[in-house]
Design a protein around this ligand. Structure first.
Ligand code: IMO
Ligand code: MG
Length: 432
């Protein structure tokens, strides 16, 4: 049973698209299990760049079945746009299947996301503004609309007639916002439902059959462990489960089917949105990383906050995600620095903290204990074998392995899918 999860080990944007795209080439199925249009996954194949938000990277490979599970939230107009853009690039998207149990992001979710952020003021989360939090809130509050209803005009009209008056009262009373019109909304979303109907089905059943047929299955994570609703830097998190456990839940398969989890981690750290970031470098180091790493959001275009690698958080991702291997990305960005630093522990007063703390105030007061290693000047973009990497880059990677206790299976040395150093096939390692 070769079911492998690829998850983010930091605050998102680790290069999951690059790694998932690289592995999708040898997978039969690629399934997304959480998040929605807030994700931005870029895959570069032979110079052609594909920007994915809701569609799994498997769509780019004709032999691969792309699935979106019940744990994801689907934004119909954005998804239709994404499908059009992929088609325009010559990608056949007809194989895509969306779980009928996935929830729909509605226009009032977008509105509420933005209005809630305004009201939070200085305590705002820095969300992507795409309605993700309110959509998951409605799911938990049992006020959501699922794809199964979206594709059935009568069910959609019934459900919206129940839900919309409450949303309108909320919009008016709390935010002095004008109400949304029921008829127009039903008409617009019934049309989206009609266009999405061919893609909607019982994804969990398809996935279970794929496992029975001994297919190679990749579970493509979105966001990262530190953005996980339970394990992240709450409340500065997203609203879904981002680890391998979330993959089982978000796809309707037993957790013990997931044989391994590759943690994707940048060779340094970034964060977009607000919240604590102990190793942040708001200085020329951060500037260097931002420019060399093109650290601007694929979804929102926001400049990302940049800093040194923090292994306290990666070790946390190893613990809660049960990571069986690491994929270190953007190693090429570190070229040219005299020295490179790794955050290995936090300090508050005389207390040394090695395990990621739940309390935000502890994080905010933490000083970081760094290890400093020598840097390297060689460009690494042409390296394909581990031995070709500069000695100091290898030393850095081996230090990551020692401090996390997890082997580095893959190293990304550039945006192009082929710019990958493979030390072990993560699928083979997962089945072992
Ligand atoms: P990928 O899959 C980076 C962040 C937002 C914000 C917080 C909550 O590309 O790694 P939300 O809109 O989800 O309610 O915002 O989570 N965030 C991401 N940051 N990459 C992502 O996805 C993200 N998805 C959400 O910036 O801080
Ligand atoms: Mg992103």
């Amino acid at each position: 049973m070769a079911v492998l999860a690829v998850t983010g080990s930091q605050w998102g944007d680790e290069g999951k698209g690059k790694i998932a795209g690289y592995l999708a080439a040898r997978a039969d199925v690629v399934a997304r299990f959480g998040g929605g249009a807030n994700a931005g996954h870029t895959v570069v194949l032979e110079g052609r760049e594909f920007r994915l938000h809701q569609v799994p990277s498997g769509v780019l490979f004709p032999g691969c079945l792309p699935l979106v599970g019940n744990g994801a939230v689907v934004d119909p107009p954005r998804l239709l746009e994404e499908l059009d853009a992929l088609r325009a690039q010559g990608v056949d998207v007809d194989r895509l299947r969306l779980s009928e149990r996935a929830h729909v992001v509605m226009p009032y979710h977008h509105l509420l996301d933005r209005l809630e952020e305004q009201v939070r003021g200085r305590a705002s989360i820095g969300t992507t503004g795409l309605g993700i939090g309110p959509a998951y809130t409605d799911k938990a509050a049992r006020e959501g609309i699922r794809l199964a209803e979206l594709v059935d005009p009568d069910a959609l009209a019934r459900r919206l007639a129940e839900v919309l008056p409450r949303k309108n009262r909320l919009l008016q009373a709390l935010y002095d916002h004008e109400p949304l019109q029921l008829d127009a909304l039903v008409e617009q979303y019934a049309d989206y439902g009609r266009r999405l109907r061919p893609y909607v089905g019982d994804v969990a059943a398809v996935l279970r059959q794929s496992v029975a047929d001994d297919r190679r299955i990749l579970l493509e994570g979105a966001q990262g462990t530190l953005l996980d609703l339970d394990f992240g830097t709450y409340p500065f998190v997203t609203s879904s489960a981002t680890t391998a456990a979330g993959a089982a839940w978000g796809l309707g398969i037993p957790p013990w089917w997931v044989r391994g989890s590759i943690g994707v981690m940048k060779a340094y750290a970034t964060r977009v949105g607000h919240g604590p970031f102990p190793t942040e470098q708001p200085n020329e180091i951060g500037q260097y990383l931002r420019e060399r790493g093109r650290e601007y959001g694929t979804t929102t275009g926001r400049p990302r906050r940049c800093g040194w690698l923090d292994l306290v958080i990666v070790r946390w991702a190893v613990e809660v995600g049960g990571l069986t291997g690491l994929a270190v990305t953007l190693l090429d960005v570190l070229t040219g620095l005299d020295e490179v630093r790794i955050g290995v522990a936090y300090r508050v007063g005389t207390q040394r903290i090695e395990r990621f703390p739940a309390r935000l105030d502890v994080l905010e007061r933490s000083e970081v204990e760094y290890e400093t290693l020598p840097g390297w000047r060689e460009e690494v973009g042409q390296c394909r074998r581990y031995e070709e990497l500069p000695a100091n880059a290898r030393r850095y990677l081996e230090r990551i392995e020692t401090l996390t206790g997890v082997p580095v299976h893959l190293v990304s040395v550039g945006r192009e899918s082929a710019q990958t150093v493979e030390r072990a096939d993560p699928f083979v390692a997962a089945v072992r």
